[in-house]
Design a protein. Structure first.
Lengths: 544, 337
């Protein structure tokens, strides 16, 4: 029996000693971490943690990073990292939504409408020291097509494996299957990342997807240092970068699951910047004016939308849709739900983007008018409707609740269906929904991108035309827009489509969001790109 | 020999149980509306790509055929491929599981260290101040939501006092120790890396306490009621009469006899902590299996869901087997049948 007693005493003693030894740290702003004795001074451990160190940047997101294959991923958290590891022929810089040269120094626009010639920068090198060649460009785009996932969505029908002609090591001709005016813009997105063709040695039977999932075979300003899944991904500056070498030496992309915890860490100064989607509008409001923290505000191209499935009765009647558009309290959504971080908009082209039509019909919040329209449609007795939203989105839930109370006043009984993401996606893409709230941000700033997905009849359902909108005139205009080189004509086309859609209201657009990002005041050089809001230009950021 | 036969029998019994679990998990998760190929392909993929992916993922075959294929691979040691992380599920499990196991072991350690003595004291001082105190404490532990308690602890120890870290498994500047078991504390000890060990222990404190709060409450209450029963026995009176000290009688004689229900509950709570730590993992950004499982379900990543469920089931069964064996060690009068 003595032994039993002894064991308990030893356990207590051991725990006390552990806690005492461990408890010496102070988790404060000034925290620096250096080895306590000379024995384990591995180089990585001499680095100062937290925010005292201008060389180390701590970024946090609450979304796990699935994998790092630039051609297979559709996740913003992966984009943010692959955009740093890889370069593209052209790129987007700062707040600019127009392309800039990157791997391609210059290019010839097509004379025949379809053949582009790119001249690559001869200094560009992959992280293993091999030069970035025309072969690499061909390899990367072909691979994206073969994999067939997200990246291929940009290239399908535009190029195929026979589109490439290698002129010399640093010159490549790409011949499109048919004219596609936004082509150059697509090359600047994450899907246009150029991968080292040495990947072909590791392709296996899955185009190297499994191999590249946790590796870096790019030529970008940062290299992948380490990745503890679900925890922390570490980027190190590429000191041999062929372009401008980043000032930050280390970037820690940390997964902090709980926004409340991340907020505390930001307040403590242990984090420098949070993912823009992490904190809700009211928490951001609370943080405003906090010591050492700034809420950067910037226009964004993200748009909230309510799609009305026109294949479902009574939504097939345009008068009913117009009535619903009059029953949405836009001001209240912007002021009370988004707390001012949004703007009224009339169509799917965001304000500030090429092709935006500022003259489209806007529907006021006018319940009398709505009732009148319902009467004209023969629906004055009222009816039931369902609105689908995906779970865990505070803002959309609040919008739905607001709609529910306003719709009641015009006799529409709105039922809110809050669904898990896969269930939501299945419901809306198969067209079994009536109303659905969603959000949209373009991958590149061309009106074709937004409108093709939302309005072309070939995009119904899985293509994200969730209103199942079908208008021959609009289809025809969209097809013309893709093949038109003249920017003036294109602008006309897209403005006309917006005007038609504003009349027929397959969608309601409650707001265009402002991007709000909580950041420590010592962070300099961070500019928010309105279209790629996930994009953090770590290569340009400094801390002081 | 008896013991060995018993263990083998129990291990063999594991197979039908596991088989049942695979059937249930497989067919239930497939009833979730949604298309795994659509989610794997990403939002911009066109219909042709999705159809091809559905073909390669085997989703066009009837469900029972898919199940057959899955089981066939499983028997050959292949847990399948995760469409979320683009790597074999087994690699994911290796990355996420040790964190959960470490946290659970540490919180069980705290539970045993605090819960059992508290229960013994409470029973011994029935209706006295000490008893009232432990009863209120254990009630609070059981009643407080882990999520709320976690945030509260963070506010106090991290934001106010600044003596404990807020998230993760290690300080930002440190890199993980060489992987041996995947549990940082153990690996750091084995590789003699004191700095990492310190950091790993410190990072465990708050999540482990949060996780242990509930189990401490349960164990304390169970120990108390079990001890109250035992303390009435004749042999306890005899032990005191023979001049045994409080500690010796309580922990040596009484607790040993009252240990059965406590052990059973410990086994149950261990399994519960393994599978149900997602809230704690979320508050403290603990990169464990809970969060991984939630992601897997959100992406309809069925091989991952299956693997997590089976892993937890196997551990649950194993722990309970160990507990059953411990019964015999504690009370040799029991026989294995």
């Amino acid at each position: 029996m003595r032994k039993n007693n002894f064991a308990i005493k030893m356990l207590v003693l051991a725990l006390t000693v552990l806690l005492a030894l461990a408890g010496c740290n102070k988790y404060n702003e000034e925290t620096t971490k250096t080895p306590t004795d000379g024995k384990d001074n591995q180089p990585k451990q001499t680095e100062k943690a937290g925010s005292g160190n201008p060389d180390v940047f701590n970024y946090a997101t609450n979304q796990d990073i699935p994998h790092l294959d630039p051609h297979g991923t559709s996740s913003n958290t992966s984009f943010r990292v692959t955009y740093m590891l890889y370069d593209r022929l052209v790129t987007y810089d700062g707040t600019d939504t127009e392309i800039k040269p990157q791997l391609a120094e210059k290019w010839d626009l097509p004379e025949d409408g379809v053949t582009y010639t790119f001249y690559l920068n001869k200094n560009a090198k992959f992280h293993d020291g091999t030069p970035v060649t025309a072969e690499a460009v061909k390899y990367s785009y072909t691979r994206a097509l073969k994999i067939g996932k997200s990246a291929a969505g940009q290239f399908n029908g535009v190029i195929d494996e026979n589109s490439f002609e290698i002129i010399d090591e640093h010159t490549i001709k790409i011949k499109l299957l048919k004219p596609f005016s936004p082509f150059l813009k697509t090359l600047g997105t994450v899907f246009g990342n150029i991968v080292n063709p040495k990947l072909s040695e590791h392709e296996g039977n899955d185009n190297g997807e499994a191999y590249l999932a946790d590796k870096d075979m790019g030529s970008g300003p940062f290299v992948l240092d380490s990745w503890a899944r679900g925890q922390k991904l570490v980027l190190k500056a590429n000191s041999d970068y062929w372009g401008e070498v980043p000032k930050l030496k280390t970037v820690n992309v940390q997964i902090v699951n709980e926004p409340a915890t991340a907020r505390l860490m930001l307040e403590k100064g242990e984090l420098d910047l949070l993912d823009d989607t992490m904190l809700s509008p009211d928490v951001l409001k609370q943080l405003e004016g906090a010591d050492g923290i700034e809420i950067l505000k910037s226009p964004g191209y993200a748009i909230d939308d309510i799609s009305m499935n026109i294949e479902k009765k009574p939504l097939d009647n345009v008068k009913v849709r117009q009535a619903i558009a009059h029953a949405v309290n836009y001001d209240s959504i912007i002021n009370d739900v988004l707390l001012g971080a949004g703007e009224r908009i009339g169509g799917i082209i965001p304000k500030g983007m090429f092709g935006y039509n500022d003259a489209v019909k806007l529907y006021d919040f006018d319940l009398e008018k709505a009732k009148e329209l319902l009467k004209e449609a023969g629906q004055e007795k009222g009816f039931k409707l369902e609105i689908a939203i995906s779970e865990n989105n505070e803002v959309r839930k609040n919008i739905a609740v607001m709609l529910q109370s306003d719709f009641k006043k015009i006799g529409i009984d709105l039922e809110i269906k809050s669904l898990a993401w896969p269930t939501y996606l299945d419901l809306v893409t198969s067209g079994k929904h009536q109303l659905a709230i969603g959000g949209w941000t373009p991958d590149y700033a061309d009106p074709d991108y937004n409108l093709w997905y939302f309005a072309h009849s070939s995009s119904k359902g899985p293509g994200f035309n969730l209103a199942f909108y079908d208008n021959k005139k609009v289809d025809q205009l969209l097809e013309e827009g893709r093949q038109t080189v003249d920017e003036g004509r294109r602008e006309e086309i897209y403005k006309e489509i917006q005007a038609i859609m504003a009349e027929e209201v397959p969608y309601i657009f409650p707001s265009q969001r402002k991007v709000q990002v909580p950041v420590r005041t010592w962070v300099k050089g961070f500019e928010i790109n309105p279209m790629n809001t996930w994009y953090v230009p770590f290569q340009k950021i400094t801390k002081d | 020999m008896d013991a060995l036969r018993y263990i083998i029998k129990r291990l063999l019994l594991m197979f039908p149980i596991l088989f049942g679990i695979t059937v249930l998990t497989f067919f239930i998760s497939n009833t979730i509306p949604g298309d795994p190929a659509r989610l794997a392909a990403g939002p911009h993929a066109d219909a042709k790509v999705i159809e091809e992916l559905r073909e390669t993922m085997g989703l066009n075959k009837p469900l029972y055929v898919q199940y057959g294929t899955y089981m066939n691979n499983l028997v050959h040691g292949d847990f399948g491929f995760s469409n979320f992380s683009h790597q074999p599920v087994i690699e994911d499990i290796k990355a996420y599981f040790p964190a959960t196991l470490e946290l659970t072991l540490f919180s069980m350690f705290i539970t045993i260290l605090i819960g059992i003595p508290f229960g013994v004291i409470s029973a011994n001082k029935k209706d006295k101040i000490a008893d009232q105190f432990t009863r209120v404490m254990s009630l609070m532990g059981v009643a407080m939501p882990a999520f709320w308690l976690g945030i509260l602890l963070l506010l106090f120890f991290y934001l106010q006092l600044g003596i404990l870290p807020g998230s993760g498994r290690l300080d930002t500047g440190l890199s993980p120790p060489v992987t041996i078991t995947g549990m940082y504390t153990l690996d750091a000890l084995l590789s003699g890396n004191w700095t990492v060990f310190q950091s790993a222990i410190i990072h465990l404190i708050l999540p482990a306490i949060t996780q242990a709060a509930v189990t401490i409450g349960m164990i304390t209450r169970m120990t108390r009621s079990s001890m109250l029963e035992v303390l009435k026995s004749d042999y306890v009176r005899t032990a005191y009469a023979k001049g045994g000290t409080d500690t010796r009688v309580l922990y040596g004689h009484a607790l040993r006899n009252g240990m059965m229900p406590i052990l059973t509950l410990l086994g149950m709570t261990f399994g519960h902590s393994l599978g149900g730590s997602v809230l704690v993992e979320s508050v403290f950004s603990w990169p464990g299996l809970g969060k991984y499982a939630v992601n897997a379900i959100t992406y309809l990543d069925f091989p991952a869901v299956m693997a997590v469920t089976m892993l937890i089931a196997i551990l649950f069964i194993t722990v309970n087997l160990i507990i059953d064996i411990l019964y015999q060690v504690i009370d040799p009068r029991l026989n294995y049948d």
